[in-house]
Design a protein around this ligand. Sequence first.
Ligand SMILES: [Zn+2]
Length: 422
Amino acid sequence: MSKAVLEAVDALRDDLVAFTQELVRIPTVNPPGERYGECAGLIGDKLRELGYEVREIRPVGWSSYDPVNQRVNVVGRLTGARTRPLLHFNGHFDVVPVGDPDAWTRDPFGAELAGGRIWGRGTGDQKAGIAASIFAVEAIRRAGVRLAGSVEQSATVDEESGGFTGMAALCRQGVCTSADTDHVVITEPLDVDRVCLGHRGVLWTEVTARGLAAHGSMPGLGRSAADAIARLVARVDTELRPRLEERTTAMPVAPLEARRATINVNALHAGQAVEVEQTPMVADVATAIFDRRFLIEERLADVRAELGALMDRERARDDGIEWSSRERMVVEPVFTDAGAPVARAFALAIREVVGRDATFIASPGTYDQKHVVRIGGVRDCIAYGPGRLVTAHRPDEYVVIDELVDATKVMALAALRLLGTA
Ligand SMILES: [Zn+2]
């Protein structure tokens, strides 16, 4: 049976490539989230054509959010002989901006075919993943195999900006929860032979220092928020970072440099805007945004307290600077056991299709698994998809067509194993 399914994937190769190209040619750039409706419509039409019941679902509670670029997610259900078990494939169809167009040698939204690859923004990350899961299930049907369990396919928005209106909304609105979903696969690009079990935690903290403005020729009359924020950033670098570098995780985070706790200054600003004509001023407000990635072995409360302690040291100077902070994003780490059903099914399928043992990894950054596990309560969740992680978000992004086909085969065999046949 698996031979027939693998042959069906090969027979669908041209359709799989063509559908990936169609998806890439819609520039669903986020921010701001362009042409989401068009892309959701294309995916919904394809699912309907292949026999799915399709719903377009708008995030609740976000109706006033960006009226120009409306958020819409699409979900298709293909009921097997029974409703359970249910395997849910999820992919995001938003893509990050092109960046410097001169850094590209290909049309970012042309979906050109050359050198055995499809080129363009969002090929790997992760429109190929959406196409792969759809055609994996279609190959099973074309091979004349009836699944015992059922399949859902969702394509969602805004993953690149946190997924709150995308997969988080589907989980919150009861579309993907443990009440009726058994296994979830997020089709992010992590290489054709790797299964991603989870990710580190994230805490983004915005810290603001407020001082007192004065004429720049008499800085002694003011209190410089710029100097204050610079001292805090220096403390993070010299006091906190060396401690973080010693903390490593047992999670198999790839690449290796990310297998430890990290902190990055994501934004830093003080005083006047840089692009305007300058007048002499002591900066009265300064802001830093810290991106702290924490390990499953660390506690969120401790992570918060560490940065708080550095701010307290600055407060203790009692130099008239007021300090405040607010959290811009909190994500707890998630990690599925390598022995969990969905992880095992994919590892076995990788061995069969690619001919080598799967590597289990964890992602350095987060992705929608957090919402599936934390909001939806579905613990049997991994990420697996075509495309190479190292090409994501870069100029001349591409997906290798042979790898796209192999990943589709892996998904098909894993679905057979997880859902059984009728
Ligand atoms: Zn992605």
